[in-house]
Structures are given as C-alpha cells and as structure tokens.
Design a protein around this ligand. Structure first.
Ligand SMILES: C[S@@+](CC[C@H](N)C(=O)[O-])C[C@H]1O[C@@H](n2cnc3c(N)ncnc32)[C@H](O)[C@@H]1O
Length: 678
C-alpha cells in the first residue's frame, strides 16, 4: 500500500486501486469515530484526512476499470507482417486471376487475398458515376463536381446507403463479371456432386453472389466530422456459425410473393450472410469482398483485416463461453454479439481491444478485388486524405449450400429486382436466372428513377387496408428503411409537420412537391373538418401514384393533386388564395425564389405558416447549427417578415415560419410563434 504523508496531510493515493483507497478511507473513518478523547486540533486533522480520502475514493471510482487480461486474448493470432507488392510497397502482394492456385494458398494462410485488374478502368468509372447519380437523386443540392455541396452527404452509416442491397445497372453487371466470378470461385471451398440437387443454379458449385451495396468516404483530411467511425467486427453470429445456436437461414424467402409475406427481400439478403452455419469447412463457407473503384491508399481510409483470425476462430469462440454472457457491452473493454434476424448476428469488438493492434489496412488499386474469409475479423479505418474512397461490396457462396425452397425463392426475388437489366451468360450461376427464365411473366422494364416509386406504391397499396392512413404512412416508412430509399419527409420530421398543421388549423393549405403523397396524407389527416390541401407536383408519374395513395388512405375529399408548378398553375392558385399553411418540399434551391413569388402574388400573407423541409445546411447529425442554413433559412430567420423555428430530424431539419407582416391582424399568427416574435 502507498505511503501516506502523515496524520493530518492528504495521503498520496494516485497509484492505489479502488479497494486500497477504500481501505484507507475506512481506517480514517474509524479514527474519526474514536477521536472523542483527542484535542480539538487532533480531531480537526483527522477530519481533514477523512475528507481528503473521501475525495480520493470518489476520484478512484471514476477512473476507467483496469484492464484485466482476458482469456480470449490468448487465442488471438500472432502479429503478422504482410508481403508487399514488389513494384509498389504501398500495396500488399496481389494476384492476377490466372494465378488462382497461389492466390488460394495466400488466402488460406492469411485469410484474405487481393486480385488485381478485376474491373477495367471503364467499369470502375461507370460504377463510380452510378454511385454519384444515386447520391444526387437522394440528396437535393448535391453535385459530384461541386465540392462546396459535399457537406450535404453524411458520414453516418459508415458511408453506406440506407438500402440493404442496390440494384442499379453497373452494380448488377459487376456481380456477373467473369473476373469477379473467377476470383470468388478460386477461393471458395467446393461442394462437389450433390444427389437430388434441385436449384435454379446449374451446379452445386455455382458461385452465388450476395446482393450488397456500395460505400463512399469523403476526403476528410481537413474536416474530422467527415470521417466515418472506425471499427472491427465479424459479420456472423459466432455461436450460430459453430452450430451452438440454431439458424433459420433456410426459411428465408426474400419476400418472394410481392412482399405479401411482409418480409422485404433486402432484409433476407443481409440475413443470408449473418445467419450462416458452418459445415465444418476449415476455410469458412462465405467469402466477403470489396471491389475497389478508386486508387485507395492507407490514408484514404477503408478496409482492414486481422490476418490469420480464421484459424483462431474456434479457440477464440470457446474462450468466450456462452452467447448469453456476451450480449451487451457493459464496460468499455467488453466485446459483444449483436443478434440479428434468422439466428444471425454480428460480433463487435471494443475500441480498446488489443485486436486492433493486430489489424492491417489493405490499400487497393482501382479495379482490385479484396476477398476475405467470413471468419476473419475486419472493419474499416476513416479517411484522412484529400481523396474519395469508393467501393462496391460483393460477397459469395456456393449454390449447393441452399435448400431448394430458399434457392428458388431467392432466384425469384433477384429476377424481380434485376428486371429490365442486362443479364450475362453467368447470370444462371450467380443469380439463378437467365434471359429464358425471365421471358415468361417478366415485368416490363421500368424507366430509370421511377421503379422504386412504383415498387413502393405497389407494396403500400398491396399491404395496407383501404382507409388506413396511419398504416399507409408506416408502410412507406418501412419500405424506405428496408427496401429502397424514398425522398419523403419521413416520420421524425413528419411529427413536427403534424404539430405545425394542428397548431395553425388551416382552412386551405398548399404543398409544393407531392411525390407519392406521403406528406399530403400526413397533412390532410391533421386538417380541421372542411379544410382542403392543394398539392402541386410537376412529375406526371408521381402525381398519378400520389393520387392512388391518397385515394387508398381515404383522403381524396380533402386533397387535390395539381399537376404542374407554381408558375404554370398561377391562375388556379390565385383563384384559391390565400393559403394559411404552405409546405415547401420540392427543390431546396427554389425555396427562396418560391416564397418571394408566393408573397408577391399574395398567396402567402400575414398569418400563413410556411414549413420547409431539408433545412439545416450541413446535413450532418452532429451539425445542428441553425446558422448553417441556406439562403431561404437566412431569409425567414432574419428578414423580419417571419417568426421562425427550426426542428432537427436525423440528417437535416424542418423550418416552421409564420408570416408576421403588419397589414394582416395579429390574431392570425399561431400563438407560440407570436410569443417568439416579441
Ligand atoms: C422531396 S419530394 C417531395 C416529398 C413529399 N413532400 C413527401 O414528403 O412525401 C420532391 C417532389 O417535388 C417534385 N418537384 C420538383 N420540382 C418541382 C416544382 N418546381 N414544382 C412542383 N413539384 C416539383 C418532384 O417531382 C418530387 O416528386
């Protein structure tokens, strides 16, 4: 035990454990309690000592728990120096597709391998362009060639899109690329002949590609908030993999009948990776991969792996004990399993785990394909450079792993999701579909940009009972979350929209940007009796889909869909004016011009509540600075014509502003906004 400095001085407890400080404290307490016969000075000294120890004890308890050596650390692999590429040591050794035998040896030893020149430059470029197009479609104001707009992107979700799998033309083409196929085929364990093999895939050893997504890391050299979170994990429930817990992987049906089984296909494409149960194959059953699209050096951020972990997997799992003892992160040193659908899960490592020191970043050239055994711990490092990182994830397994029920349902779902996209001769192997199998009741190819909207409405109208407005809102939200992203206002900001409508109680409301009718239904269900919402949509297809949603919600009597823009509909809108509630949700870049036009035409007057979506500027969860707003936000916040409040959603916010121009009586202004204006 550490020395203390005497009866009256503060003891030195800096290097003592909590229990040692506690012992000193208890002794000092006993001294104080037994000090009745001492002088006043002696009692004072003992009191001071007790107070100092009480403070020291509180401080010791606040210290992070001491690291104890954990049994599982014993099974971690030895630190590994990876062989470098002979002509450029910034990269690890990589292999050509023709060098499959040596690539497989490397893969078996280290648990990962890099194949070079898998995608050609043109294919990388087309994939990058497709990712930008998706981002621009879902992020109003974003331009790939406008660095000043990149702040609109988010670094949440590790740079991944919201949907669980992406079906855009080049991504689908890459999944059927012969060099991608050859790389997966080179490292996956073979199954060989299977009696009674009943499958849409030609052979048990056909390589099935999982339907995955892409990721983008922004150049984060100068802005830490653009960095994605760093992590290490396994994309499998280790106990399920080892057969210690049940898997329901063979019950997956990938929403095979137009989502009528209430499961979305994309959820099941994730579950087929995380709910794998091993067949005792030492090299693992699934291979995960990153198809790299831009040259990616150490500082550009990206994938890291723990070489050799696949060989440590079983001893490591045994040292963890029961799954039930690993269900949550109680202390900051704890690793834990996150359980997912169908008995699957992923295993997360604490940021303090020494395994981080054994992980190695794998820089990759554009067009390279990094593959790792599913049993290899992996994760990502953040970007710290001036370059983007962009990649497509592709993982694979052998068709013979699936029972017929799963295999046929899966192929049907892939066929639907790939409808209208070109199929290569490898499509029967990778997807279980071919041009011939698609010929029968194949859906008409849909024009780009509209398919997800149609799919969303088909799903909503097919699953929600007629007249159930709340159910309809929830179904759109579920589709957005689990199937394809939509650009509706969403539930979180929607609640603020509801509150603004209920507070203003408008007789006549106007919406710019109907889309599929989600916000129109939200607004209309909050309107007082006899009130009407006029909603303006310039896209004819969206307007038609919205009318169907609105009718299905039973709100056609309260909502009028107008096809056009404010400008083309001017005479009609002038007839209807004034509006006491306006929702702007068409194009953020037009908001300022639009509100000033509405003011000039007297469609917006004193007392009109104007709500605008997608406000907040930076579009980042950690940026809630209202001053970060756009020209529109600056106008409503500082022109003096409005009283304005801002509500944060998850990626951006909603602005609720009440017009307070003097010529209209003040009683029209919503009460809470009147308070704000004083
Ligand atoms: C973000 S979405 C609207 C979402 C909808 N308010 C919701 O939350 O459900 C934008 C819609 O505005 C439409 N749009 C774009 N520019 C427009 C304009 N100038 N006038 C009317 N609609 C427009 C688009 O076609 C798209 O359907």
């Amino acid at each position: 035990m550490a020395a203390d400095t005497g009866d009256s001085g503060a003891p030195d407890t800096e290097n003592l454990s909590v229990s040692e400080v506690e012992e000193l404290y208890n002794a000092a307490l006993a001294d104080v309690q037994a000090s009745a016969s001492l002088t006043a000075e002696q009692r004072k000294q003992r009191g001071q000592r007790l107070a100092a120890l009480s403070k020291a004890l509180r401080a010791a308890k606040r210290k992070p728990p001491e690291k104890t050596k954990r049994p599982e650390w014993q099974s971690y692999p030895e630190p590994t120096a990876l062989p470098k590429c002979s002509d450029d040591p910034r990269y690890v050794r990589s292999f050509s597709i023709d060098d499959a035998q040596r690539a497989k040896e490397f893969f078996e030893r280290y648990g990962f391998v890099v194949f070079n020149d898998v995608l050609e430059p043109g294919e990388c470029e087309a994939t990058v362009s497709e990712i930008w197009t998706s981002l621009e479609e879902r992020t109003p104001g974003l331009r790939r060639d406008g660095p000043e707009t990149w702040s609109l992107l988010s670094s949440e979700r590790y740079g991944l899109p919201e949907e669980q799998a992406v079906f855009t033309p080049q991504m689908v083409a890459n999944r059927q690329n012969p060099r991608v196929y050859a790389a997966l085929d080179a490292v996956l364990p073979r199954i060989g002949h299977l009696e009674d093999f009943d499958s849409p895939h030609p052979e048990p050893d056909s390589v099935v590609v999982t339907q995955d997504r892409w990721c983008i890391y922004r150049p984060a050299a100068d802005d830490e908030t653009w960095r994605t979170a760093e992590n290490l994990h396994l994309d499998v429930n280790p106990w399920t993999y080892a057969g210690l817990k049940a898997t329901e992987i063979e019950s997956l049906r990938y929403g095979s009948e137009d989502f009528s089984d209430h499961r979305f296909p994309l959820q099941d494409f994730r579950a087929e990776l995380t709910a794998v149960q091993g067949r005792g194959c030492p090299t693992g059953e699934h291979v995960q991969g990153v198809l790299n699209l831009l040259d990616n050096l150490e500082e550009d951020g990206g994938t890291r792996v723990v070489p050799g972990f696949h060989r440590s997997f079983m001893p490591w799992l045994e040292s963890l004990g029961a799954m039930e003892d690993n269900l949550s992160q109680c202390g900051q040193h704890d690793n834990w399993v996150l359980r997912r659908a169908a008995g699957g899960g992923s295993f997360k490592f604490s940021n303090l785990d020494p395994l981080h020191g054994l992980s190695r970043r794998i820089p990759l050239r554009a067009g390279s394909f990094l593959l790792w055994n599913q049993l290899v711990v992996h994760g990502s490092c953040a970007n710290r450079s001036h370059n983007f990182r962009m990649a497509q994830f592709i993982t694979g397994f052998r068709a013979g792993e699936m029972t017929p029920g799963r295999a046929w349902a899966r192929a049907a779902a892939v066929q639907r999701l790939c409808s209208g996209l070109p199929l290569s001769p490898l499509a029967p192997h990778v997807f279980g579909i071919s041009e011939q199998s698609c010929e029968a009741p194949r859906p008409q190819p849909v024009t780009r940009g509209t398919s997800r909207e149609r799919m969303a409405c088909d799903h909503v109208l097919g699953t929600v009972p007629q007249g159930d407005a709340e159910g309809l809102l929830k179904a759109f939200e579920d589709f957005h979350l689990h199937c394809r992203p939509l650009i509706h206002v969403g539930g979180q900001k929607g609640e603020h929209l509801d509150a603004a409508v209920r507070e203003r109680k408008p007789k006549r409301a106007l919406e710019l940007g109907t889309y599929l009718g989600y916000s129109a239904v939200r607004i209309a269900r909050c309107l007082p009796d006899g009130a009407t919402l006029y909603t303006v949509e310039e896209d004819a297809q969206n307007a038609t889909l919205a009318e169907a949603s609105i009718a299905h919600a039973g709100l056609s009597a309260k909502i009028v869909v107008l096809l056009g823009t404010v400008e083309t509909l001017k005479p009609k809108l002038l007839e209807l004016a004034p509006f006491d509630f306006v929702f702007l949700d068409h194009q953020k870049a037009l908001y300022l011009e639009e509100i000033q036009r509405l003011e000039a035409w007297r469609l917006v007057r004193h007392g009109t509540t104007v709500v605008a979506d997608n406000i907040g500027g930076c579009n980042r969860a950690d940026c809630r600075r209202v001053t970060c707003g756009c020209a529109y936000a600056r106008y409503v916040r500082s022109s003096g014509s409005y009283c304005s409040r801002f509500f944060w959603g998850s990626r951006d916010g909603i602005e609720v502003s009440s017009a307070i121009k003097p010529e209209i009586p003040d009683h029209c202004v919503a009460p809470c906004l009147r308070r704000l204006s004083t």
